[in-house]
Design a protein around this ligand. Structure first.
Ligand code: ADP
Ligand code: MG
Length: 631
């Protein structure tokens, strides 16, 4: 792995806090190089042993961090992957004299296969099924090895000592080579996480963790990403297991796949600070050194006492500082130096030092011009009928006794703004769910540009060119506004490895800058999206939906719950986006807004379409007036 230039990091430059939580690759490499000098000065065996343990268990914590921290899939079974790495290399060395450097690869391969076998079925379900499955995996594999006589069953076996100090066999009398090898592994694991963190894959994993449905609607194939994170995590863990086996030279199930290691990995990552690069590093030093030194003080009588302490620490951390040690450092740092909002890259056209957090967002032209009357549809100007973009045919959906959508058919034409209105409970949101694949309709078909959409997953609908906002706010609260936007880029045909190593394409970043400036969110780009005001979040959710210029954007009540000034601003943004060529299907409760915005209006009530037509006609329609206003 090469230490890629840190300057290639995506999005805006890092803040001081970001430098603490996710240092650039060169800083990780420099720290590892400094640690490599330690054995020159210190030869104390107890100390070196403690650090080797820090590095090996730290690698497990860092590996756990990829799946448990970034992807948010809590694993209680990482000891299995550690043990598989240990057993595979040890058995291959003992039976056929294969160098552990090669055996390591075999162990990693087996660990990857096992991790995929556990992830593939459980990632379909929501997260606790995965946690339970890993817990069961830990028990099952340990019992299997305890009874498998070929690998020594419960008695275990010693590694053949005749390979000691032979080049290429990873087995030495001195502790120093083990120190260096385990440090190299820990450093590489941390470097890998540092790269992931700053590249697209890390942001995508965090997005999937925070809101899987919203991520799917952006075209992120969540399960694939989770499997990828899981495989990477299992492989790294198994490498640590191999080195551990070669270090202790003796292996049995209690030694190389203890349940306590699975727990330690969780504890180290949580106490250090999960979903950060430095968290598991701090956690590993803190926990392992605490563990080693308390054990030596307490002697044999301390067994179990350490876990009471860790349990208390985890409770303390989750109550007082959910960000862990790193979160605590960041907060301590923030008190001493106020962080400035950094300049982005590429630079914007507008002033860069605008005051942050104007609330509510009021684009400069919002107050001066009221919502203007609807423009004629492009097709009306050209006198040719616009081609059908979305065709909904005989769509029905029933929830128990409620017929939410009943035999709904309508078209959306390319280039128009189509309004979808109707009283609460009319079935509008359910219709969106059916179109975008979140709900499987009981009957009917949806075609986008002639392509059948119904029956597909939401991420496939996104790939086909659909984008959507949700009635309830669905943004990624812990990602910055900028990262939220970058998650919304085109994911169709994107390889996992490509996403891991490449930064955001310049044209995507340019469009992101443009949109943030247009929407008045530019000064807020580095704030966590969850810290924005409600109106700002609404604007951000629209920016997210339109970033990749999808064929059709479905907006579910984009102006609900915001103040009247912002309603006008949103209307103008939507019109401008439409002028630029985007086709919109907009659910809205605000009759005035939709009357001024839409070229055509579909009116729904009781799951059925009651009327379709130009806004003025809908507004005058007797049935509509009765159903909507009750008169
Ligand atoms: P609208 O968006 O027009 O206000 P919805 O599509 O949200 O309406 O809801 C239409 C009807 O379907 C309502 O009666 C609602 O209670 C029902 N409904 C929606 N989603 C579900 C669900 N997941 N389970 C059961 N009933 C649902
Ligand atoms: Mg709704």
């Amino acid at each position: 792995m090469t230490a890629g230039p840190a300057a290639a990091a995506p999005g805006p430059a890092g803040t001081a806090a970001r430098a603490l939580t996710s240092p650039p690759a060169w800083a990780v490499a420099a720290a590892a190089a400094a640690l490599a000098l330690v054995p020159l000065g210190v030869r104390d065996a107890f100390f070196l042993n403690a650090l080797i343990t820090v590095f090996l268990f730290g690698t497990v914590a860092q590996a756990w961090n990829i799946i448990g921290g970034y992807a948010g899939q809590i694993s209680f079974g990482h000891a299995v992957f550690f043990g598989l790495g240990a057993y595979a290399a040890a058995v291959l060395l003992k039976e056929v004299g294969l160098s552990p450097w090669l055996g390591m690869g075999a162990g990693a391969g087996i660990a990857v296969l096992v991790s995929l076998a556990i992830g593939y079925p459980t990632f379909r379900l929501r997260r606790h099924f995965f946690a339970l499955a890993t817990l069961a995996l830990g028990e099952i594999v340990r019992i299997l090895f305890l009874n498998w006589s070929f690998v020594g069953a419960a008695v275990g076996f010693y590694l053949p000592l005749e390979y000691r100090n032979r080049p290429g066999y990873l087995m030495w009398d001195s502790k120093v080579p083990y120190y260096l090898v385990s440090l190299a592994l820990f450093g590489s694991a941390t470097l890998l996480v540092a790269l992931l963190d700053r590249r697209r894959a890390g942001v995508y994993l965090r997005a999937i963790n925070q809101d899987e449905d919203a991520a799917a609607m952006l075209g992120l194939a969540a399960r694939r990403y989770k499997l990828y994170a899981m495989a990477l995590s299992a492989a790294l863990t198994s490498l640590a297991g191999t080195i551990y086996a070669l270090y202790v030279l003796y292996i049995d199930p209690y030694n190389v796949m203890p349940g306590r290691l699975s727990l330690l990995a969780v504890v180290m990552a949580l106490i250090g600070g999960r979903a950060t690069v430095t968290g598991p590093v701090l956690g590993a030093f803190f926990i392992v050194l605490l563990n080693e030194y308390t054990r030596s003080w307490l002697g044999g009588g301390g067994r179990g006492a350490d876990f009471i302490l860790f349990g208390a620490l985890v409770m303390l951390v989750s109550i007082r500082e959910p960000g862990g040690l790193v979160g605590w450092l960041v907060r301590a740092g923030a008190r001493t130096q106020p962080a400035a909002i950094p300049d982005p890259d590429p630079p914007p056209a507008t002033p860069q030092n605008a005051a942050p957090v104007p609330s509510p967002v009021t684009p400069p032209d919002a107050t001066s011009s009221p919502v203007r009357a609807v423009a004629p549809h492009p097709a009306a100007r050209s006198a040719l009928p616009a081609p059908v973009l979305l065709r909904v045919a005989h769509l029905s959906k029933r929830f128990g006794g409620v017929q939410a959508v009943r035999d709904v058919s309508f078209d959306v034409y390319r280039g128009e703004i189509c309004g979808l209105i109707g009283p609460n409970g009319a079935g509008k949101s359910t219709l969106f769910d059916c179109i975008t694949g979140f709900t499987r309709p009981d009957a009917g078909a949806v075609h986008l540009d002639g392509m059948l959409l119904s029956g597909r997953e939401p991420y496939q609908a996104a790939w086909a060119g659909l984008a959507r906002t949700f009635q309830a706010m669905r943004i990624f609260p812990e990602l910055s506004a900028w990262e939220n936007l970058m998650c919304a880029q085109e994911h169709r045909g994107e390889g996992l490895w490509t996403a891991s190593v490449r930064t955001d394409p310049p044209e995507v970043r340019r469009r992101g800058c443009e949109l943030l400036q247009q929407f008045g969110l530019w000064p807020l780009r580095d704030l966590p999206a969850g810290a924005l005001s409600f109106g700002q979040q609404k604007l951000l959710s629209i920016a997210i939906a339109v970033l990749r210029k999808p064929r059709l954007v479905l907006l579910d009540e984009p102006a609900a719950g915001v103040n009247p000034v912002l309603v006008d601003a949103i209307a103008q943004h939507l019109r401008r986006l439409n002028d630029a060529g985007l086709t919109l299907l907009v659910i809205e409760h605000n009759m005035d807004l939709i009357m001024h915005l839409a070229h055509r209006v579909v009116f729904m009530a009781g799951g059925e379409i009651v009327a379709i037509g130009p806004p003025e006609a809908i507004q005058r329609d007797e049935t509509v007036r009765e159903l909507y206003y009750g008169r």
